[in-house]
Design a protein around this ligand. Sequence first.
Ligand SMILES: *[C@@H]1O[C@H](CO)[C@@H](O)[C@H](O)[C@H]1NC(C)=O
Ligand SMILES: *[C@@H]1O[C@H](CO)[C@@H](O)[C@H](O)[C@H]1NC(C)=O
Ligand SMILES: *[C@@H]1O[C@H](CO)[C@@H](O)[C@H](O)[C@H]1NC(C)=O
Ligand SMILES: *[C@@H]1O[C@H](CO)[C@@H](O)[C@H](O)[C@H]1NC(C)=O
Length: 429
Amino acid sequence: MDKTSVTAAHRLTSALVTSLLAAFLTAGTADAALVDVPSPDNYVRRSLARATVLNNHVYIEGGQIVQMEDGFRGIRGRVENQVNSTLSIPLNESWKSESVTIKATPKPFTSLSRNNWYLWTDPKEGVFYAWGGYWPFGQEMVTDEVYKFTADDQGGGEWGVETLANGVRLDQLNPGEAGAFTSTGTMGIVIGGQSTPWTQLGRDNTRQLSGMVTFDFESKAMMNGTQRFSPFGDTPVVGASAEYISGIGENGIVMVFGGHVGRTDKEIPIGEMDFFDMRNITFFDPVTKEAWSQVTTGDIPPSPRIGFCTAAFSTKEGGHEVFIFGGENKRDTLVYEDAYVLSLPGFVWTKLPTPPGGERMYHTCVAVGNRQVLSVGGRETEDEGQKPDKIPQGLLLFDMTELKWKLEYDANAAVYKSASSIKDWYKQR
Ligand SMILES: *[C@@H]1O[C@H](CO)[C@@H](O)[C@H](O)[C@H]1NC(C)=O
Ligand SMILES: *[C@@H]1O[C@H](CO)[C@@H](O)[C@H](O)[C@H]1NC(C)=O
Ligand SMILES: *[C@@H]1O[C@H](CO)[C@@H](O)[C@H](O)[C@H]1NC(C)=O
Ligand SMILES: *[C@@H]1O[C@H](CO)[C@@H](O)[C@H](O)[C@H]1NC(C)=O
């Protein structure tokens, strides 16, 4: 090597060292950019989001994302981990959890970065409405609105603020979280919940709510009522989950699962509240508001239970099955690692194979592709989602006919038929 090439080689090396050093100094500094959709390798955990299906896409709204930053797990606060985009995954093509691309559409207002939204879906109009939810630490809160997301057919869409008609005014309601919400095709419903300083601007206490709020998709009127309106009358309910099942009676029914009996007089820990046993299921006609309860049989899921997810399926033969998965027991401070289906009209529970990926709470589930459940995100422990999810991108699927957990979505799955173990139960009777 002659002298000039040595110098050149030296210059090259020092340039390399300088750029490596620069990269090293930037790595891990507090202003490294966070993203709403980290690469599958950088994914740690998503939680407290909600999902719904519109125009052949799953939309994932709100919640928090913990991610790897430059090879290290980012120890960030809840506010920094808030997801700021509306996410979507296509359902017209098959995909694998480890590699599916999640599309992110930025939101026009930061007030939309919340946890545990109530989402009401109107598939006919291709829109969902978002109300309630909470801002971590009550930061950047705004006055209450019902927001409307109009989906396009590419997995994106537009946000706006809905103008309400007649009914109760928003300033007469206590926006909350942890209510049982569902949509019937013509209206959105939320039963109970709790209002806290993180859900309602200017509020200084936490109280569970009695009553049921309805939002009419056509008239845009909101209502709230207790006796002869909510299936629980004036009993406050927190942490329950609701599923609408069409094809039962004239108006379909709404079934309500789990949760606790809240308090409107004082603040007590949820784990110390009475609870609703999964053995006794309450359901009601969303139009007439007539309510019933039914004692179930089979593998009854342990109670108390909150922070679990549900999804409903109907067969051509007129049977219906509701899937429930995970959640937490705040009385005994444990997180569930289980899943069940409740089959109608028999009101019998069947325990499903143990879900992969460990205990799971504060995830969200949707029925997709005829007979599959897609579970999105969730936490294993009370650690703000720092423990890496063993499920790639937190996307876990369950095939309701095969009764199998999967890490891929099948866009061509056959129509839903009850699993053979459920059919056998009906045959024996
Ligand atoms: C969302 O926006 C907030 C406010 O700008 C920011 O602190 C946070 O880090 C963002 N979230 C993500 C995941 O980038
Ligand atoms: C699925 O829909 C997207 C539009 O959202 C389209 O670009 C793509 O070609 C479709 N795939 C199939 C297999 O139809
Ligand atoms: C609905 O009405 C009940 C009874 O008046 C009230 O306690 C509750 O706070 C109301 N719900 C909401 C969400 O404002
Ligand atoms: C079931 O729950 C309902 C509503 O909470 C209650 O009225 C009914 O008495 C309960 N039935 C049984 C058998 O516990």
